[in-house]
Design a protein around this ligand. Structure first.
Ligand code: ZN
Length: 210
């Protein structure tokens, strides 16, 4: 990926082992494809060549979704990488809905590097959703996911951290959201209607027993 290939390869190995056996809900592809995509987006679309940021991208879901421990990350890759991963990790003491809601406010408090990782994360997730909708998802949930992702990495709040990713996010948001909305004749015309869609989406998780 860059001239720090050896270091990234070691990090990729750790991430791959941590996510071993996990698959993406929609495609059934190995989960590791997602963190690799996030690192690729940062390097090739946002021109990020800071190896610590790229390593944190490869590890960004490990604290949340795997048994990899903080001290292992710090020992192998240093305190800065651990801090970045922590910055993009949800508070696991909260319910699923509360975690999703908290992301919207939390992103305002993190470093620009963490903002860039989160932007690449949401871009990767939204692009995946364009290619493949998880089985059983309603149109409302798909549109809610797009609207919520955009609320987390809104151009007016995080756009300055990476103008390139802000443009890419707006493009993917507009492509899918407007297309789907028009196709199904449920156009959300203004910010207030989109905000209410995000609210409905988040309430859906809060009502969820899981
Ligand atoms: Zn992710």
């Amino acid at each position: 990926m860059c001239d720090h290939g050896g270091v990234l390869a070691e990090c990729l190995g750790v991430a791959r082992r941590a996510h071993e056996g996990q698959v993406r809900k929609a495609s059934g592809n190995p989960y590791i494809d997602h963190p690799v995509d996030v690192a690729r987006i940062l390097f090739s679309e946002a021109y990020v060549d800071d190896v610590d940021v790229l390593r944190a991208a490869l590890l960004h879901d490990t604290l949340e979704d795997t048994t990899l421990q903080k001290d292992e990350i710090a020992k192998c890759f240093g305190e800065r990488v651990l801090r970045l991963v922590e910055e993009v990790t949800d508070d696991r003491t909260l319910s699923r809905g509360a975690r999703k809601r908290a992301q919207i406010a939390h992103i305002l408090t993190v470093s620009d590097d963490a903002k860039r990782i989160k932007m690449a994360d949401k871009l990767s997730n939204m692009r995946d959703l364009i290619h493949c909708i998880p089985p059983g998802w309603s149109l409302q949930r798909v549109l809610g996911t797009f609207a919520w992702c955009r609320a987390v990495v809104h151009p007016s709040t995080v756009g300055r951290a990476s103008p390139q990713l802000a443009v890419a996010l707006e493009r993917v948001y507009a492509d899918r959201f407007l297309y789907e909305s028009r196709l199904h004749n449920v156009i959300h015309r203004d910010d207030r209607e989109v905000a209410s869609l995000v609210e409905q989406y988040l309430r859906g998780f809060e009502d969820d027993a899981e």
